[in-house]
Ligand binder design. Structure first.
Ligand code: AMP
Ligand code: MN
Ligand code: MN
Length: 328
């Protein structure tokens, strides 16, 4: 594994950087991308952020959000890029179709906090004890020059940390996490405004969809498992879009006595995306791995091909078996 010194040397040496993160972009992905972007700009480098898809609306308040590119609206020539920076991705497939560009970039820096990271970069920095990549980028800035940290960068990093810790509720929160958050807060940022932007801007279709999704709630009490289902028809009937599914799984997880909750959803391209959340010791990252997915011990996902009912049946029966064998 590489260290911050190796990464800072590469930053010093080259001029043109392309930054990306995973499909279904989340707060850690975008917050870390923007923080890295601003640091590179302050170091007089050229930097572009490119994701597979358009930026989800809830992140439009972030400084620099208007500078985020997505595939189809921009063509980037890999030959014009010296270094590709991949953030918050356990494997390179997670960047989606931007791989078409990244595959031709000579130097890739992989910075991540997923235990299952496959070290696909030319430089790899992995810290599984970090709550988020945002927390790692903060440490990297401290290594390079802490005076680079300003209000804009602090806002992006705070967003990354707040969203990946479920607002400081998950088991990935350490005293270091609060230390970093505290320092970021000293730079003039307003945590309550960030929280308002992220959590208090639900749309009417989004809430209607939540209501429909909750009607599908099922529970297996002996296994302490609950699950929800969202079909394309439900999305269309509610007039909601895919971005508005974000956060619905977390509501199923609030159910008392439930250890593992699942969301099954049909994607635009006819696949089934499965999200897992765990409140206890059951490791959903390991479990998702059985279906070629991954994530963290308490939050993971996988993408399956096939019929919704059959995939549900397969995953649930496997999970009930596994949970039973855990208890024995
Ligand atoms: P999600 O359910 O999409 O909110 O994802 C929860 C966690 O699992 C995040 O850390 C994701 O990066 C990770 N994750 C989701 N889907 C996959 C996948 N197909 N492969 C690897 N990791 C995933
Ligand atoms: Mn992420
Ligand atoms: Mn993350």
């Amino acid at each position: 594994m590489n260290n911050f010194y190796d990464i800072s040397k590469v930053i010093q040496k080259y001029n043109n950087f392309l930054i990306t993160s995973h499909i279904n972009l989340d707060g850690d992905g975008i917050g870390s991308e923007l923080a890295f972007y601003f640091i590179l700009k302050k170091l007089n480098k050229k930097a572009i952020i490119l994701n597979q898809d358009r930026l989800p609306k809830i992140y439009d308040f972030l400084p620099g959000s208007d500078k985020v590119h997505y595939l189809n609206n921009d063509r980037i020539n890999p030959k014009s890029i010296d270094v590709g920076i991949v953030l918050d991705c356990s494997n390179i497939e997670r960047i989606g179709r931007t791989y078409e560009i990244f595959k031709d970039i000579k130097t890739i820096i992989n910075i991540d906090h997923h235990k299952s990271n496959e070290n696909y970069g030319n430089l790899n920095y992995l810290d599984c004890s970090a709550s988020s990549v945002g927390e790692i980028i903060y440490e990297l800035i401290k290594f390079i020059n802490i005076n680079l940290l300003d209000e804009k960068i602090s806002t992006c990093l705070f967003t990354a940390i707040m969203t990946d810790t479920g607002s400081f509720r998950y088991s990935n929160v350490s005293s270091k996490t609060f230390g970093v958050a505290s320092h970021l807060t000293r730079n003039g940022i307003k945590p309550h405004l960030i929280a308002n932007n992220i959590y208090n801007r639900n749309t009417y279709p989004g809430l209607k969809l939540l209501g429909e999704a909750l009607l599908t709630l099922e529970i297996n009490e002996s296994s302490c498992v609950s699950w929800l289902t969202i079909t394309r028809k439900m999305l269309n009937d509610a007039n909601a879009n895919d971005e508005e599914i974000e956060g619905i799984i977390d509501i199923a997880t609030t159910l008392n006595n439930v250890e593992v909750s699942i969301l099954f959803r049909e994607t635009k391209d006819n696949k089934i995306k499965v999200s897992f959340r765990s409140k206890g010791n059951f490791n959903v990252n390991k479990f998702a791995g059985k279906f070629k997915g991954g994530g963290h011990p308490n939050a993971a996902g996988c993408l399956c091909s096939g019929k919704l009912d059959e995939i549900k049946e397969k995953i649930l029966s496997e999970l009930f078996k596994e949970i039973k064998s855990c208890e024995e």
